[in-house]
Ligand binder design. Structure first.
Ligand SMILES: [Zn+2]
Length: 178
């Protein structure tokens, strides 16, 4: 699972300008309409072969072959992990980083929800199977008037999370199990 939502990383990236960020660390000279060049910070050189492209927001060095986006640049230059580079750049862009704890909590509640739905499915299938037996069919006929005409009886579908509130619900449950 990625540490940050891809949408957040993309959003953050759109708030950053790689030319400006690289320009603070490397002396850049304009080399084209939207491209700049300077001395590569990743290898020793005397002739600039390090290019930064503002339109495509990436850097590339023809000397050492290093290339990437703004995150890669900060990661490499400051020896940071990707999450730390994201945090640093988010801080400067004034954006709040969704912390991994939040992501974990989200995943947990999604798992719980899934499990609950599964319980309902299993319970519904079990009751449905019971109703298919001779005894079940008898019970179904006996209490047909108290149940909805179509679909599955509501007490069985909602019974797992909330107790039946009406007397007709309790009666239906009673006749099916008894
Ligand atoms: Zn280089």
């Amino acid at each position: 699972m990625p540490l940050f939502p891809a949408s957040f990383v993309e959003d953050l990236k759109s708030h950053l300008d790689i030319v400006q960020i690289v320009g603070e660390r490397v002396q850049l000279r304009k080399a084209g309409a939207a491209s700049w060049k300077g001395l590569c910070p990743f290898h020793g050189e005397r002739t600039p072969s390090f290019h930064v492209h503002g339109d495509r927001q990436f850097f590339h060095c023809f000397g050492c072959g290093e290339s990437g986006d703004v995150f890669k640049f900060v990661q490499k230059l400051d020896t940071l992990t990707f999450p730390d580079a994201v945090r640093q750049l988010a801080g400067r862009a004034g954006m709040t980083v969704p912390e991994p704890e939040d992501a974990r909590a989200d995943a947990e509640s999604a798992r719980e929800r899934e499990a609950l739905l599964k319980v309902h499915e299993v319970a519904a299938a079990w009751f449905k199977a019971q109703l298919a037996t001779a005894a079940g069919r008898g019970a179904l006929r006996g209490s047909a008037r108290t149940w909805p005409r179509r679909g599955f009886p509501t007490p069985f579908c909602s019974g797992a999370v909330s107790s039946p509130s009406t007397s007709s619900s309790s009666r239906a449950t009673g006749s099916a199990t008894g």
